[in-house]
Design a protein around this ligand. Structure first.
Ligand code: ATP
Ligand code: MG
Length: 401
């Protein structure tokens, strides 16, 4: 099959041609070729070549060593950057993880053999001709996820490939081929050897896939879910998760809903689970706040103070998530409150400790912090205008100062 060379591929053609002119082989490889064959848009292209890293570096003016021990050199050309990787095999696998050393080779076929799935093992030359050693095109047509070579061996080499298989099932709506499927069932426990950070990346992509139901189905029929952090007994939660009718837009939505379906009520407990997944503090905090909002909204309506405390972005997203889980939501009120809130940040308030002390003529102390907190709440809720004199009057009237 011939794929028309356009877009990102076209821009990268000079990289391929420079390598070829120097007598090396060079191809587009990996996900970009798969996506092109599927007629999907392609964002970044990966290039593989028979040239060794030092040889690549000699051919281009500007390069960056991004992973030279794995054979990857970044080539900078006309404002774009391209990852160019030497054909390689991965020989010594230990502990079911990524190899600890790689061997550079001159053969494309050897390089493609080490790749995880047939649909990820294409190469495409500068004229759009596809090299397909493992019948990947047939699998693309039949919508099948199949390991390259013997699935059992390949999952023993690197157990993350099992999560990747499930992730692609969710992104593409493909089915796991029978041998690949059974090899995952038998070897699912090997996932325990894999760094949680790597599992997490695949889990999020799976949960945000266009065919979530199919991805989740694969995750639990293979038992892989049992080896994901906090999900040993998570089957029911994942089942409920799998039935959401919408495609999730943000990573924090994945985590908030996972906690929700796990029945987590306590923010501390939610944080602990997400820490097991080794997420960043920011993602943990946003996700747990979304969970708090969803739970709050089970019982209570929104008000300005909630909008202020949780920020408009999370308020809006929580209403969207309520829709996703088919609970009553109220976007109209959310929008109105967001548009009419008197202040969004603490430093917008027209009062500070100095102004209060001038009036009261007393030394600062706990009372002062409490008075400012009351004024903040009153301004946010619209009980008093955000104006220094009005706030002072209000504080005096209610005897906070
Ligand atoms: P995406 O579109 O999500 O980036 P991708 O297929 O490009 O999907 P990457 O993680 O970017 O996935 O990997 C690029 C290529 O490297 C894959 O297409 C595959 O050929 C190979 N690959 C990635 N991870 C593995 C792995 N664990 N084992 C074998 N090959 C892998
Ligand atoms: Mg990629």
């Amino acid at each position: 099959m011939i794929v028309p060379i356009k877009g990102e591929f076209e821009k990268a053609i000079p990289v391929l041609e420079t390598l070829q002119a120097a007598g090396f082989e060079a191809y587009f490889v990996g996900g970009s070729v798969r996506d092109a064959l599927l007629g999907k848009s392609v964002n970044d292209v990966d290039i593989a070549t028979s040239a060794f890293p030092e040889e690549i570096k000699k051919l281009f003016n500007k390069t960056v060593d991004v992973g030279i021990e794995h054979g990857t050199v970044m080539v900078l050309l006309e404002g774009e950057s391209y990852e160019v990787t030497t054909f390689r095999t991965e020989s010594t696998y230990q502990d079911y993880r990524r190899p600890d050393s790689v061997t550079f080779v001159r053969s494309l076929e050897e390089d493609l053999k080490r790749r995880d799935l047939t649909i990820n093992a294409f190469a495409m030359d500068n004229e759009g001709r596809i090299q397909d050693f493992f019948d990947g095109e047939k699998d693309l047509k039949q919508q099948i996820i199949r390991a390259v070579g013997k699935p059992e061996e390949r999952f023993n080499e690197d157990a993350l490939r099992m999560m990747r298989a499930v992730r692609f099932a969710s992104q593409l709506g493909f089915h796991l081929e029978a041998d690949t499927f059974y090899a995952i069932v038998v070897n699912a426990h090997l996932l325990e050897n894999i760094a949680v950070e790597r599992i997490q990346v695949e889990f999020v992509k799976m949960a945000m896939g266009d065919y979530l139901l199919q991805g989740m189905e694969a995750l639990f029929t293979t038992n892989l879910y049992q080896y994901c952090p906090g999900l040993k007994h998570g089957k029911l939660a994942l089942r409920r998760f799998s039935l959401i009718p919408a495609k999730l837009k943000k990573e924090r939505h994945v985590w908030a809903l996972l906690l929700y379906f796990l029945g987590i009520q306590n923010p501390k407990e939610g944080q602990a689970i997400l820490r097991h997944w080794r997420l960043s503090n920011k993602i943990i905090s946003d996700s747990v706040q979304l969970l708090e909002l969803i739970l709050y909204r089970h019982h209570l309506p929104l008000n300005h103070y909630i909008v202020y405390r949780y920020t408009p972005t999370l308020i809006w997203e929580a209403e969207e998530l309520l829709e996703v889980i088919k609970l009553p939501s109220d976007k109209q009120t959310a929008a109105k409150l967001i548009n009419t809130i008197p202040i969004l940040e603490r430093d917008e308030i027209d009062i500070d400790g100095k102004a209060i002390m001038n009036v009261v003529n007393a030394r600062g102390g706990r009372w002062l912090g409490e008075a400012i907190a009351m004024a903040e709440k009153a301004v946010v809720l619209g009980a008093v205008e955000n104006d220094q004199q009005a706030i002072l009057n209000w504080l005096q009237k209610y005897k906070y100062i």
